[in-house]
Design a protein around this ligand. Structure first.
Ligand code: SF4
Length: 479
């Protein structure tokens, strides 16, 4: 680790914290690798306080509804998807969907995170009907729906007059201008039917050398970013995400953030009515996934340098992937895992707050790290504790995630020295919990509010999952 003061001087951290200078990608990599963790926390907190003030930290009550688990992609980190025709495949009926939203509304929820797999057969009319029905039945509920990989599949399979279709997963074969025009036409129709914003699922890691190895048949980085830029042009707000702690190098994480920052710059420069409003990152959960079966990197056995770092650094220096792979230190790139622990998670989140200077909010993803690390995240740049939700299927299918109710979430925020506030999708405060009527201050017996673990065994349908017991649960943004 570099001495804090010399690194701070060299990178002009005071100006970065004050919003008067911007970190380059190379500087951010240095910060990630060299800055002492407490300093990263102090600097990231100062940025969060500049943007959000010192007193209030937020959360949202929404419900993650996976309308289908049918998916044509084969991501190596996924334990949720099923093939069309599989005995465990499902698509929610209108009644099942509305029952879930009704339960959300009953507990004061304001938003649904509506996502599925990349279903290869449902037509656009299915989605339009779903959105229109939701708007008619629940006019006060914001639909945050369809992550970029779903839009990529929509472009492939929807039959739209004047546009070609392709087999599922092959929309990349369309000429780019046709692909973009069809994407826009689809998005306009879904907005017209009630889509209000787009979640950032499927971001993972943008770097091609990583993405190709972990996501099979999913959106390319360019497609993912194109979907979001189209949403911004059409006035939708979106979120950026990153799933890290697998085969990628540190430079890949920064490259990922850099592409998001650049895309946000584009939206701002063009004065598009939509923007990225938040960024949330979380560590890969390995259970029940093919990617999780890779061997873990052991520095003593595999060499001091993590092969993913070697590959990413060589590509950053200008080598092609093929050239970089000739370096023997990169030979095991993509074949060894480097799982992220608490320190790595906090380091990543703090750097994201310092680097993403054009993003409003950084979310703390305690769902995968546990509530205590999530709470600590409020001192490493996070200003938002994410979503109070009633179910989570995708990440919990791949490993341990956690579940807390609204009272506990408010308690965590207050215990960290902040006033908890429920927010909406645009980060407007809906309820500031100051008085004795606050969800946490009403609790007399905390034994009934103990943390639950969310965990779905492979193949277990969501209806039978142990976590959906009618309480209020939290999960991460994204898939
Ligand atoms: S992560 Fe999403 S896109 Fe990938 S296989 Fe799972 S459901 Fe499909």
């Amino acid at each position: 680790m570099a001495s804090s003061s010399s690194l701070a001087l060299e990178l002009d951290i005071d100006a970065v914290v004050a919003g008067k200078a911007r970190l380059s990608a190379a500087q951010a990599v240095r910060l990630y690798r060299e800055a002492p963790l407490p300093d990263l926390g102090r600097w990231a907190t100062a940025v969060a306080e500049r943007i959000h003030g010192k007193n209030i930290r937020t959360y949202v009550i929404d419900r993650n509804i996976n309308y289908t688990n049918v998916c044509s992609a084969n991501c190596t980190f996924c334990a949720f998807k099923r093939d069309l025709g599989d005995a465990e495949a499902y698509t929610l009926t209108r009644d099942q969907l509305h029952a879930k939203v009704r339960e959300l509304v009953a507990i004061g929820g304001t938003q649904i995170l509506l996502q599925g797999g990349m279903h290869p057969e449902l037509p656009i009319e299915f989605y339009e009907t779903m959105l229109r029905d939701l708007r008619r039945e629940f006019p006060g509920v914001h639909v945050h729906g369809f992550s970029p990989p779903e839009f990529v599949e929509f472009v492939a399979v929807f039959k739209l007059e004047g546009f070609p279709t392709t087999p599922a997963g092959e929309s990349h074969t369309l000429p780019r201008e046709v692909w973009l025009a069809k994407l826009e036409a689809i998005m306009r129709r879904l907005i017209d039917a009630g889509l209000a914003s787009v979640p950032g699922g499927g971001g993972e890691i943008f770097a091609e050398a990583v993405r190709r190895r972990i996501g099979i048949g999913k959106a390319s980085a360019r497609q993912w970013l194109d979907v979001m830029s189209t949403a911004h042009r059409l006035g939708l707000f979106t979120s950026g995400t990153m799933m890290f702690g697998h085969i990628e190098g540190i430079a890949d994480r920064i490259d990922h953030m850099a592409r998001l920052r650049e895309a946000q710059d584009l939206a701002i420069a063009n004065n598009w009515p939509g923007r990225y409003v938040s960024f949330i990152s979380w560590p890969f959960q390995r259970e029940n996934t093919p990617l999780g079966r890779l061997r873990e990197w052991e520095p003593a056995a595999s060499g001091e340098l993590f092969p993913g770092d070697v590959l990413a650094d060589l590509i950053l220096e200008g080598k092609t992937e093929q050239q970089a792979l000739l370096d023997p230190r990169a030979a095991l790139a993509g074949k060894r895992l480097r799982m992220a622990g608490a320190v790595d998670y906090l380091r990543s989140q703090a750097v994201s707050r310092l680097f993403l200077d054009n993003f409003h909010s950084i979310g703390s993803s305690w769902v995968t790290m546990g509530p205590k690390i999530g709470q600590l995240g409020l001192f490493y740049g996070a200003s938002d504790m994410g979503s109070v939700m009633m179910e989570e299927n995708v990440v919990s299918a791949a490993g341990t995630t956690y579940c807390l109710n609204e009272a506990v979430l408010c308690h965590l925020i207050r215990d960290a020295g902040f006033t908890p506030a429920q927010r909406d999708n645009r980060y407007n405060v809906l309820k500031l919990h100051e008085g004795v009527g606050s969800p946490d201050l009403r609790v007399k017996d905390w034994s009934e509010h103990r943390m639950k673990r969310l965990h779905v065994e492979k193949g277990e349908p969501p209806e039978l999952a142990k976590h959906d017991e009618g309480g209020v649960h939290l999960t991460i943004e994204g898939e």
